[in-house]
Design a protein around this ligand. Structure first.
Ligand code: BES
Ligand code: MN
Ligand code: ZN
Length: 509
């Protein structure tokens, strides 16, 4: 992974001689924008001209050498980045999003001018208030991401391999700034790890790769790891995972990663859908767009990447991640519509449509995880239904839960992290839609309320445990256009989960 180093320095902007000197400018376009003293004159001129007013997503690149107002600046380039209109509450979710976005703009310009390093001058309000610097840095780290592993490099591009270092300029280089930097790094790097996994195509990211990632992570940290292989999965009675894997020549895995603090009283179980490619199986998907189904493992990627940050943050709650993983293929032993299977907890299911495979593997993972680890709450992430895209578009993740306290906390974490959720209902009317004539349940509940009936299926496997299901089918890729989210997989879920975990202590369930 291309890690960007972030250092804090009290060095004065004028002394900086590097690639890119960055100033943040806030403004609403009407009043004169607010900015650092070093650039006031220039910003005033630009404002008068009407070229730059510090508005959201605005930026202006200057070359100080020939600008008389910049005689005290030695940097090769100066970048002014508009922040938009800051609300009064500096730590508000709106402000946080403005800062991430400004960070994304910085990353974009750095890439354009092939800057290897930059000096980021923090506006005074971020230095003192702490919160906010984190989001700005997070935005730079997330926005610079590209997946170019399989592209042959053109001759002219060989010399530049992205931004390598960000120096955060802050006279008060206390622990507050250092903490902000560390938190930003952990959440951005974990989200990027999830994007990297998702970007690997189906022939390069198999259940074995998930297992290798988990082993490697555990080797390098205090996390524990367990991998269930095909025979164990069968022996344990995980009939859903076995059934989905039947049509494939690649064996399934269940990947379990655990963070167990020396002293803990509560346990969070995270479950992520790890379908490394979803062809639909015998109920084959249409060819158009099928290549995107390499992203059907984004739930698993999010959950395992979150554990990478957990390994560093070491919260005093036990966290278990379970990722059931297989591809969904249509080989000659594949499950067929009408087949009846039996899940880990003994519930039988009529497989009406082999393309509703996510719920089949999640059902086993949820039931197994809950029986084995007796968690206080369970959160699953899955690219589960196309219906959630019809309902919420690509802007919000669907949330379904049997517990209001848990749901509300997740909604808050979603807003705070810039990965918003929207809650949909559960209820017995929906559960009725998945009753089967021939088995306990069936895996499709008709066209109406597709996201909810999918969740209703999962609900059969969580019992009374506080549980939340996040349908990320609309947000795991093609996510809302944002400066800090490049095209392709977004890494959605990771930053929201981290925010949730960071605040878990005060949650009463
Ligand atoms: N992985 C898909 C859901 C999906 C579809 C994610 C489009 C992202 C974009 C899931 O396995 C699936 O195929 N779901 C079916 C369920 C249906 C057969 C009840 C769907 O949504 O069409
Ligand atoms: Mn499917
Ligand atoms: Zn799927």
């Amino acid at each position: 992974m291309n890690r960007i180093k972030v250092v804090v320095s009290g060095k004065l902007p004028g002394k900086y001689t590097g690639d890119l000197l960055v100033f943040i400018v806030s403004g609403d376009g009407k009043k004169e924008p607010a900015c650092s003293h070093d650039i006031e004159n220039v910003v005033q001129d630009l404002f008068q001209l009407g070229d730059f007013a510090g508005k959201e997503d605005q930026h202006c690149l200057l070359y100080p050498k020939n600008i008389s107002a910049f005689t005290a600046i030695a940097s090769k380039r100066v970048l002014l980045v508009g922040l938009g209109k800051l609300g009064k509450d500096h730590a508000s979710n709106e402000n946080r999003e403005l800062l991430r976005s400004a960070g994304g703009t910085i990353a974009g310009v750095a890439r354009e001018v092939k800057a290897k390093e930059l000096l980021l001058v923090l506006p005074h309000y971020l230095k003192t208030k702490d919160k906010g610097a984190e989001q700005l840095i997070e935005g730079v780290l997330l926005g610079g991401y590209r997946f170019e592993k399989y592209k042959s490099k053109k001759e002219e591009d060989k010399k530049y391999s992205g931004l390598k270092q960000i120096t955060v300029q802050s006279k008060i280089s206390g622990t507050a700034i250092r903490n902000s930097v560390d938190r930003a790094k952990r959440s951005a790097e974990s989200a990027i790890a999830a994007r990297n996994m998702a970007n690997e195509p189906g022939n390069k990211w198999t259940p074995q790769h998930f297992a290798d990632f988990a082993r490697d992570l555990a080797d390098k940290s205090s996390l524990g790891v367990r991998i269930l292989d095909k025979s164990e999965i069968k022996k344990l009675g995980m009939g859903g995972i076995t059934a989905v894997n039947q049509g494939s020549s690649t064996p399934p895995k269940v990947i379990i990663v655990e963070h167990t603090p020396k002293k803990y009283s509560r346990t969070i179980l995270l479950v992520g859908k790890g379908i490394t490619f979803d062809s639909g199986g015998v109920s084959l998907k249409p060819a158009a767009g099928m290549q995107d189904m390499k992203y059907d493992m984004c739930g698993g990627a999010a959950v395992l990447s979150t554990m990478a940050a957990v390994a560093q943050e070491k919260p005093d709650v036990r966290i278990i991640a379970v990722v059931p993983s297989t591809d969904n293929m249509s080989g000659s032993s594949a499950i067929k519509p009408g087949d009846i299977i039996k899940h880990y907890n003994g519930v039988t299911s009529e497989v009406v449509n082999t393309d509703a495979e996510g719920r089949l593997i999640l059902a086993d993972a949820l039931a197994y995880g809950i029986a084995t680890y007796k968690p206080d709450c369970v959160i699953d992430l899955a690219t589960l239904t196309g219906a959630v895209i019809v309902g919420l578009g690509h802007h919000r993740t669907g949330l379904l839960s049997n517990n209001d306290m848990l749901a509300n906390r997740l909604l808050e974490a979603g807003e705070a992290s810039g990965e918003p959720l929207w809650r949909l209902p559960l209820g017995k009317e929906y559960s009725k839609q998945i009753e089967s004539e021939v088995a306990d349940i069936k895996n499709v509940g008709g066209k109406a309320g597709g996201t909810i009936t999918a969740a209703a299926y999962l609900q059969k496997f969580v019992g009374e445990t506080p549980w939340a299901h996040l349908d990320i089918a609309g947000t795991a890729w093609e996510y809302t256009k944002k400066k800090y989210i490049p095209a392709g997989p977004s890494g959605v879920g990771v930053r929201m989960l981290l925010e949730f975990i960071r605040n878990f202590k005060s949650l009463k369930l």
